[in-house]
Design a protein around this ligand. Structure first.
Ligand code: EPU
Length: 352
């Protein structure tokens, strides 16, 4: 798995993989796009207390599950891959449970842990790639649920002062694929723990979004369980979204743009088939997948990359693509959508 490791130094509580002089380490296994860029130094962090021993923490590139990054160059900085683990119960009563989860936990494994224990609230977010610590960064969401709906706090370490800071849900300033960690707090914190409040009974299932209801009805699940909903989401995601283990990708590459209603009405006259979701009285959300597909990108292969055949919003690595190539495709898609619809597509993925 770790092809080019030259030397492994076992430290008391975490292990640190360091390349020898003039050689470097591939980051291919640490980003779901499978982009083969190199790092000069890589640290796999399994114990938070050891963060304090990393002298130049401010200059390091910290990655979690690597599911929301596009690496376009070799990384000169030290790369820290967060692999801290642990799920603790903070409080519980008959109806609810509060959990503290280490940021390095895999998101989907955490969802599966909750399903197995009958904890409700995150079943619609099954199979989202990435880590628990990355979830609040962009307020991950799927099928009508977002992480902000169940998150109680984010514990983080200020990478300058090494002080611990706790952000309440409100302080995280969540929005659609947005949080303080992508805005004013960008690059300032190492998220180390996330708190969740989940239901133990009287679960509030949301099956109204997308094809979940249809999937359940077809299988005669008239009163679905958490596991049924999770299974529906997993099946629907698998049918549309490529598995990063088989085809490198970062999920949705762009956000769904939110535009002025007046702008939308004008576009609707010209393109009656354009889709939208209501937001408020003055704005609507337009599915980026529709815009991209309408420009003919869906399923189109450009070199080693392309827009996925089943979901235009997902850019994929067909094998051997470099980050620049994917970035160039993303720019070309942005430009064509802008020219035709006067809509700017924001990248959801962090380009490094
Ligand atoms: N559409 C097309 N062509 C496509 C894809 C989509 O026309 O190739 C149109 C269709 O009209 C469809 C609509 O877009 O009805 C919505 O598509 P879909 O239900 O697949 O959802 P999405 O808006 O494209 C969002 C999230 C996904 C999340 C799904 C389901 C964003 C940027 N993406 O996609 O999140 O799984 O909803 O809730 O908000 C991710 O962030 O990585 C991600 C996969």
């Amino acid at each position: 798995m770790l092809g080019k490791i030259q030397q492994i130094i076992i430290l008391p509580q975490y292990y640190c993989i360091v390349s020898q002089h003039n050689t470097s380490l591939s980051l291919k296994d640490y980003n779901t796009f499978g982009i083969d860029t190199q790092a000069k130094k890589l640290i796999l962090l399994i114990d938070l207390t050891q963060l304090r021993e990393i002298s130049n923490l401010q200059d390091c590139l910290i990655i979690g599950g690597g599911s929301n990054i596009l690496l376009t160059q070799d990384i000169e900085q030290t790369v820290i891959v967060n692999q801290t683990k642990g799920i603790r119960t903070l409080n519980e009563n008959e109806d609810t449970i509060e959990l503290a989860v280490a940021s390095g936990e895999n998101w989907h494994e955490f969802v599966m842990h909750c399903i197995a224990n009958e904890y409700g609230g995150i079943e619609n977010m099954s199979l989202i790639p990435g880590s628990v610590g990355a979830a609040p960064m962009q307020n991950i969401g799927a099928y009508g649920r977002e992480v902000k709906d169940v998150l109680t706090y984010v514990k983080a370490i200020d990478i300058r002062t090494l002080e611990e800071v706790v952000f309440s849900n409100a302080e995280c300033q969540f929005g659609y694929r947005e949080s303080i960690f992508k805005k004013s707090a960008i690059g300032k914190y190492f998220i180390c723990e996330v708190g969740f409040k989940l239901t133990k009974q009287y679960h509030k299932l949301n099956t109204s979004y997308g094809d979940i209801e249809k999937w359940l009805q077809e299988r005669c699940f008239s009163s679905p369980t958490l596991r049924d909903v999770s299974n529906a989401v997993i099946a629907i995601r698998k049918s549309k979204l490529p598995d990063p283990a088989e085809l490198g990708n970062s999920g949705s590459f762009f956000k769904n743009p939110i535009i002025d209603k007046a702008h939308f009405e004008k576009l609707k006259e010209q393109y009656p088939e354009i889709k939208s979701y209501p937001i408020d009285e003055t704005s609507v959300k337009v599915p980026a997948g529709w815009l991209i597909e309408s420009m003919g990108w869906k399923g189109k292969k450009v070199g080693n990359t392309g827009s996925h055949a089943k979901q235009a919003l997902v850019l994929v690595n067909y094998g051997g693509a470099n980050g620049q190539e994917v970035y160039a495709l993303a720019k070309a898609i942005q430009q064509s959508v802008k020219e035709t619809y006067q809509i700017h597509l924001d990248m959801e993925v962090n380009v490094i």
